[in-house]
Write a protein that binds this ligand. Structure first.
Ligand SMILES: Nc1ncnc2c1ncn2[C@@H]1O[C@H](COP(=O)(O)OP(=O)(O)O)[C@@H](O)[C@H]1O
Ligand SMILES: [Mg+2]
Length: 360
């Protein structure tokens, strides 16, 4: 087992991919530390798979450089990288048992038979499949098959594992269980993992850092709590969790603080925009940061709107407010704050200024 030394293991410098005139990934620079769990998160078509496949060697970069532990791996053949790969379609060998599937990477590496059976047994125990070692893939559920695929990957102890939406075919309950399972395996083996998903909750649960991607570019890279509390762009603010967005024009600003003039009033907040040149900015406030009622002091700001919808979600009820210019705002109903307002009612909401963010 290895523990992260804090050294950057994988370094991308301006790595990009073009297909003819189409750009699948703009020049991208980032680094991944040994033992880190990094998630590429973004909507379909944002370039996640392209980026992952250039690291795996399955896609050849158009420009830029990839180094692993200081060695140039930009064009190194996939079979000389020794990385573990897990995809959504597990691609198990149907004519081989679970144990034979999992032993395959060790057979390829010509390990002694005794070592193979010991390692297979240990890995199957770790994914709780030791009782199924003689079954064939078609005799297993989707979740069990995906656990075989994970075992087949972890069994040869690769230092780097790349996973592309490995849980995409599973239902929600199983997906949540497998997320914790993968995280546990990652910790136990000390493997560096680069993980692709379009599911923001999955990214928040699993990752040391999240790389938010959109339109073939990295929007933001940071720890889950950083991205959640200090989004740099409207896209980051709305793709990870919900944000209320009031678009406007930047007025006063210094490094950390900015004022925005919007159709619904002038507001201020912490200035986290990455692009500080543009005047087109937006105030973002999370639903959980808004409360019903007039602003109680000058530390708060607020606005008024008409309650247009109530959304019941079991654990909470959300209020949807429509502002004068048609912008919609969402917040949670706080049972402690009084009775549920009725649809059509005009209500005031407020938030602590220091929690609002100004992004670009
Ligand atoms: N072999 C290819 N030829 C042409 N375009 C491609 C190819 N592979 C991917 N693309 C395009 O590149 C963009 C990014 O794709 P991809 O990296 O698969 O996105 P994601 O994994 O985020 O859904 C998409 O618009 C996709 O259609
Ligand atoms: Mg993809």
């Amino acid at each position: 087992m290895t523990t992260g030394t804090g050294e950057s293991e994988i370094v991308l410098e301006g790595l990009s991919k073009r297909y003819g005139t189409f750009t699948a990934l703009e020049p991208t620079s980032l680094s991944v530390k040994e033992g880190e769990f990094l998630t590429l998160l973004g909507p379909s078509g944002s370039g996640k798979t392209t980026l992952l496949q250039m690291i795996s060697g399955l896609v050849d970069p158009s420009a830029g450089r990839l180094t692993v532990n200081g060695e140039d791996w930009t064009h190194r053949p996939v079979n000389q990288r020794g990385m573990g790969l897990v995809f959504q379609h597990y691609a198990l060998f149907p004519h081989m048992t679970v144990a034979e599937n999992v032993s395959f990477p060790l057979q390829m590496r010509k390990l002694p038979a005794a070592d193979i059976s010991a390692q297979v047994e240990e890995t199957l125990r770790k994914v709780q499949l030791d009782r199924f070692s003689h079954r064939f893939p078609k005799e297993l559920s989707g979740g069990q098959q995906q656990r075989v695929a994970l075992a087949r990957c972890f069994v040869f102890r690769p230092k780097i594992i790349l996973m592309d939406e490995p849980l995409g075919a599973l239902d929600k309950a199983l997906r949540e269980h497998m997320q914790l399972e993968i995280r546990r395996l990652h910790k136990e083996y000390g493997t560096t993992v680069i993980y692709v998903t379009h599911d923001q909750e999955e990214a928040l649960v699993m990752s040391d850092r999240i790389c938010v991607m959109n339109h073939a570019k990295v929007e933001q890279l940071g720890a889950p709590h950083q991205i959640y509390s200090d989004p740099e762009t409207v896209f980051s603010a709305t793709f990870i969790g919900h944000s209320n967005v009031l678009k406007g024009t930047r007025e006063a600003a210094d490094d950390n603080w900015a004022t925005v003039r919007t159709a619904n009033g002038t507001f201020s907040g912490r200035y986290t925009a990455r692009d500080k040149a543009t005047q087109d900015v937006a105030l973002v406030v999370r639903p959980e940061q808004m409360r019903v009622g007039p602003a109680p002091s000058s530390e708060f700001e607020g606005l008024r709107g008409r309650l247009s919808e109530l959304v019941y979600l079991g654990s909470e009820t959300r209020l949807l407010l429509t502002l004068a210019d048609g912008t919609n705002i969402m917040l949670r109903h706080d049972p402690a704050a009084g009775a549920m307002p009725s649809i059509g009612e005009e209500i005031e909401v407020h938030w602590l200024k220091s929690l609002a963010r100004v992004v670009a």
